[in-house]
Design a protein around this ligand. Structure first.
Ligand code: HEC
Ligand code: HEC
Ligand code: HEC
Ligand code: HEC
Length: 428
């Protein structure tokens, strides 16, 4: 499979051609992706400065045959060290404390009990083990560890339904090399999709998506568990299907709900972190990938040039900030992004509180006995939709930075549906 992707760049930005190297095929028939060493210049250091090694894979020391980070340490000392540095990102915001309306709108669901912000990849197993949200099945491990992806690849989808604690005991590493590179990082750092549901959901349309977006898109996505197998799955088949409208239609098509809210009777959806979808519908789609903005290219004292595997905020990293200049010129990027985030966050608070009001009003209407089931169902429908649009924006971790237009349009749609629902209940 040989691929060629053309990036169309707006205005003054020159068009860059990215040509793949032929995929080499991996044990188990998984698709091998290409790296992007021929991509244009963004910062002081570029992919063309990286000496891509063709290194022999070390023997795995894990129990399941994944080659782990410490196995790669002598081949890629800087990459392994910066990968470990993800433990420096340990700060957690308690969203339920910050935004008290959440406890009400998520009533009856795990997120009403425990919902803190994400932190670095070095905490995934610790955090999943200690969350107060219930996790009856092993499918909660999907996005935490390469050992789970390997287990699915070896044993098939039946493992999603296994007992959480039983499988947790078999997990050896937090998100690691195998997650994004399989056992092949020796191959110049080739990227590969190891999470099988990505291939199932996206199929051929994977070839139109930048591999460094796909790598993160294995987890930083909206997903659901299939009703039969409890398999992790993405609710679309291509980029066009990633809009909040299209995903809602997908869920509606088989009457999917994450839970039914007790007080209102609404069949609710809970969105998860759709960073991948939001970026791919945004202004940088086709221009930049997740690595361009979150993995700075650094030079070690011995001259080695490499992608830092500490997944940083571009606002807090000088190397990343210096790459914005090539398109944004002398704009104060930190200020620009913060202004967007402040605007989006203020609007989230406004709409979140309105949703909470709608929930209370609907719950009171249900309890009053003054409305027919048909009337209530019409309101529940709007309630489900309003909360879906709110959540699609709220749970996206960039707070509008990835795509402010989409963030604002989600909140506008949510507001319109809340108003419609309130009117049906005789409130404004
Ligand atoms: C979360 C996904 C992810 C994980 C985990 C990960 N990598 Fe990477 N790796 C990437 C991405 C993305 C790139 C950059 C690809 C590009 O050029 O756009 C990359 C690049 C590389 C490269 C190419 C050289 C370079 O500096 O660009 C090597 C080698 C590499 N990784 C090795 C490793 C090793 C070893 C580990 C485990 C310690 C690891 N990676 C873990 C995503 C990951
Ligand atoms: C195997 C699943 C998986 C993959 C692949 C993955 N992530 Fe993550 N990521 C997570 C999880 C889970 C967390 C939250 C960890 C926690 O809080 O314990 C997280 C957290 C993060 C955070 C910290 C967020 C915060 O609020 O501090 C950043 C940044 C991040 N990921 C970026 C990336 C990028 C960029 C890529 C691709 C190069 C990537 N991730 C690939 C699962 C993944
Ligand atoms: C044009 C640059 C750009 C691209 C491309 C990009 N991001 Fe971001 N990302 C940002 C900015 C800016 C923020 C906000 C950082 C902050 O608030 O400090 C952010 C925030 C995040 C966060 C929250 C981190 C935190 O510390 O709060 C995650 C997770 C994330 N991005 C993942 C991704 C993933 C996954 C992709 C690819 C699908 C991606 N990003 C593509 C610029 C980018
Ligand atoms: C390859 C060119 C390019 C680079 C490099 C680039 N951007 Fe952009 N960025 C754009 C374009 C084009 C737009 C859309 C401008 C518009 O619509 O007016 C944009 C818009 C934005 C927006 C507004 C997005 C929105 O939806 O409101 C943010 C935030 C942003 N960029 C952040 C960054 C950051 C941070 C970096 C560096 C880490 C960066 N960009 C690097 C091309 C680039």
């Amino acid at each position: 499979m040989e691929r060629k992707t053309i990036y169309k760049l707006a205005g003054a930005i020159a068009a860059l051609a990215v040509i793949s190297v032929p995929a080499l095929g991996m044990a188990g028939g998984k698709d091998l992706m290409y790296h992007l060493q021929n991509r244009g210049d963004l910062g002081p250091l570029n992919r063309s400065d990286i000496a891509y090694l063709q290194a022999e894979a070390p023997a795995p020391t894990s129990m399941d045959g994944t080659i782990n980070a410490s196995d790669w340490a002598s081949t890629y000392p800087y990459i392994v060290t910066t990968w470990q540095d993800n433990n420096k990102n340990s700060y957690v915001t308690d969203y339920l404390e910050q935004d008290p309306y959440l406890t009400n709108i998520y009533e009856g669901y795990g997120f009403a009990k425990d919902y803190g912000s994400a932190r670095g990849h070095e905490y995934t197993l610790t955090d999943v083990a200690k969350t107060q949200r219930p996790h009856p099945m092993a499918n909660c491990l999907t996005c935490k560890t390469p050992n789970f992806a390997k287990l699915v690849n070896d044993q098939g989808v039946a493992v999603y339904k296994m007992d959480f604690n039983e499988v947790l005991g078999m997990m050896e590493e937090n998100i690691s090399c195998y997650t994004c590179h399989g056992n092949e990082p020796g191959n110049g750092g080739m990227l590969t999709v190891t999470h099988s549901y990505v291939r199932k959901a996206l199929g051929d349309s994977m070839s139109s998506i930048d591999p460094a977006n796909l790598a993160c898109g294995q987890c930083h996505i909206e997903y659901y568990f299939t009703p039969e197998d409890k398999e992790t799955m993405m609710p679309y088949h291509d980029v066009a299907g990633m809009s909040p409208e299209a995903i809602l239609a997908y869920y509606d098509s088989f009457d999917f709900a994450d839970w039914t809210q007790e007080a209102t009777g609404t069949k609710m959806l809970k969105a998860q972190h759709p960073e991948f979808e939001t970026v791919l519908q945004g202004k940088h789609a086709g221009l930049l990938n997740c690595a361009d903005c979150h993995m700075p290219i650094e030079q070690a004292e011995d001259g080695t040039v490499y992608h830092s595997h500490l997944l940083a905020s571009p606002l807090e990293n000088e190397t990343l900030l210096s790459t914005c200049v090539s398109c944004h010129g002398d704009t104060d990027m930190v200020n620009m992004v913060h202004r967007i985030q402040d605007r989006v966050t203020a609007r989230e608070t406004e709409i979140g509180n309105r949703l909470s009001e709608l929930k209370d009003t609907l719950a009171a209407a249900v309890a009053s006995g003054n409305f027919s089931e048909e009337e209530l169902d019409a309101v529940r429908r709007l309630h489900r939709e309003a909360q879906w649009f709110f959540d699609y924006d709220y749970v996206e971790n960039s707070e509008g930075a990835h795509n402010s237009e989409l963030a604002m349009s989600c909140l506008d749609t949510a507001e319109a549906k809340i108003n419609e629902a309130m009117a049906l209940l005789g409130r404004e």
